[in-house]
Design a protein around this ligand. Sequence first.
Ligand code: ATP
Ligand code: MG
Length: 265
Amino acid sequence: MPAIITTEKLSKTFSNAGVQQHVLKNLDLTVEEGSFTVIMGPSGSGKSTLLYALSGMDRPTLGTVTVAGEEISSRSEDALARFRRAHCGFMFQQIYLLDALSVMDNVMAVGLLTGRRAQVRARAQELFNLVGITPADQEKFPSMLSGGEAARVALVRGLINSPSVFFADEPTGQLNSEFSRVVLDLLQEVNATGQTIVMVTHDLRSAGRGSRVLYLRDGTIRGELDLGPAHLDATGHTHDAPGRADAAAAARHTQLVAFLADMGW
Ligand SMILES: Nc1ncnc2c1ncn2[C@@H]1O[C@H](COP(=O)(O)OP(=O)(O)OP(=O)(O)O)[C@@H](O)[C@H]1O
Ligand SMILES: [Mg+2]
């Protein structure tokens, strides 16, 4: 598969009160189109910073980021915003929902940037349904939601435009195991239709859904594990559903644990 994202010598340095912190250092990375790429690494290792740089939400200090053949790192703010609208969906660690809009309107506001009202609404309804956001919840305002509900709304908003790349930072961080599975199943379904997923997580179960796991430490990618795609079974569930998929899932899990032990996780 061709690369959908590449970075060359990507560096990000923050200055705090005169002290420079080199968070990303000459990082070279490739994300294949259609992959489900997982990024792991210690807290504070720069995973969120990397996701912001890859998705054009923030600029590198040095180096380049190329997405879908376009070098985005040197673009103007406007061009970058247009680019993100056309190609990218997001679910970040901090859930940024607009407080003045209802849950449905938060999603519609993003959907209508590129889609038609009737279709966007139907797709929103479908996604809300899948992640257990009821019609009553859809009329609420963000301040009325629980953390896990807000996370699921943010997920729907991020997927509403069927982005070519979906960036998710700890999508299951606020969710119980049942909703984690629902959300991971959805990400996997979306991935199976050809959308690329880049997901940061600390959670082994979530990471096991990826086709490839990258380990970030000290500002660079320290290692990678090729797991191959996880398969959805006939019920649309993957490895944590009972049945034949169990053995394959256990094998993936073992590989992942060994890899992370190697990385010093
Ligand atoms: N805007 C900023 N200004 C200054 N320092 C920052 C900024 N953003 C991040 N940092 C610093 O960069 C480092 C990496 O932060 P980042 O949020 O990328 O880590 P992370 O790997 O996502 O951690 P976690 O797993 O805890 O979410 C941290 O030490 C953080 O304090
Ligand atoms: Mg983070």
